[in-house]
Design a protein around this ligand. Sequence first.
Ligand code: NDP
Ligand code: 2IT
Length: 451
Amino acid sequence: METHIKKVLNNIEECSPGQEEFYQAVHEVLYSLVPLLEEDEKYDIHNILERITVPERTIIFRVNWIDDNGKIQTNLGYRVQFNSAIGPYKGGLRFHPSVNLGIIKFLGFEQIFKNALTGLQIGGAKGGSNFDPKGKSDNEIMRFCQALMSELYKHIGERNDVPAGDIGVGAREIGYLFGQYKKLTGEFEGVLTGKAINWGGSHARKEATGYGSVYFADNILNKYDKSLEGKICTVSGSGNVAIYTIEKLYDMGALPVTCSDSKGTIYHEKGIDLNSLKAIKEINHQSLEVYAQVNPDCIYTPLSHYPEGRHMAWDIPCDIAFPSATENELNLEDAKRLVANGCMLVNEGANMPTTPEAMAYLKENNVFFGPGKAANAGGVTTSQLEMSQNASMAKWTFEEVDDKLRQIMRNIFNTAYETSKEFGCEGDLIAGANIAGFRKVADSMIDQGSV
Ligand code: NDP
Ligand code: 2IT
């Protein structure tokens, strides 16, 4: 089996040179599937590994937009429609200068299994652009979104492919994208999720990824007769996922003491001030330096003061760490520091934030681990709840959506846990999540023939 996996990975390396993050994501998933692949040869007979690692469709396009000086600027737009075996393509759009095909493919590949794990009928996709929203005016953001949608609209639709937000794409960008889609097609339809409440959005979508991540951590702790009450938590990031992780941690009686952005990290021993965090990052899109100015009792460490590739949040003693910013932000050195400081759980709010070496070290040292494709699935779950409400013209209350989210996060935990038990690695939620997600999609691909 390992020879077969190596062959598939070698082929990916040859066909997609330079796509390190994609290769990393595929490597993790394929090796964790060994017990399933050895138990049932149908996946081999139907060449599932070869098929599932290739996107059904990859769309790359030029996005020309006009800046405030009247100059035409050019970026690249992407949509990778990875797998539609169990439902319409679903997954976010990321606007960040680091975006390239390898990043979008890794995110799209992860999304296939995450979406399957939710138990809902949604396929996997991801998209975005190397556009950098930082320092752009509101009008520039609007013109960029309109320009991107002028091509993207041809490839998406409420029963075909439903994008949402991710890094750099929140309610404002979804609004501009939706407006342009409606203008071009003449259709008012649920083609995007993360919409504002007034025009088809769902209550609790904004909060869903962060809340879901905390619910998932709570499920892990409860399994081992522990709880979040009184736990010191370190959180990275200060965007959508981090903010609502911090909010829910307070609700559950825990104490979040850190947050970070691309310029630096805040350590606030008495607990992060949620109101100032929201005002600075969510409303005014400022840097955390401003948080340090209005909260003089916190410690602010600029990233430039820190060794390359290290993240100060992971140096702060904690019970639980919630990496919630970006990929590969928690490395082996960080994992060693977390273990030395007695951290009991790493729960991934971001997609693939923990490097493979860090993951291995945490496992060796019996640190509980909530893998991203399970722990951060609350966002896409609530996106699907938004699609359900759009399709049936219903409007659920915040409490109704939050209850469903909490229940689905419990189901995701149980599925990952029970699957790990079934395959002889009880409690290994990485293997459990990967096998459960893969099995559902792969079996559906087999049912549907050689399409
Ligand atoms: P946001 O854009 O709202 O926030 C991202 C945060 O991470 C910001 O604080 C940003 O800093 C920081 N950040 C981003 N890239 C880097 C980088 N390269 N180095 C250092 N800091 C960085 O994004 P989200 O909160 O939505 O997403 C965070 C993570 O969660 C991503 O991995 C995303 O894929 C994942 N995710 C998001 C979901 C969602 O529903 N939004 C669902 C599931 C997963 P700054 O403020 O300086 O830009
Ligand atoms: O990574 C993710 O799951 C997201 N960015 C959310 C995707 C969605 O369709 O809501």
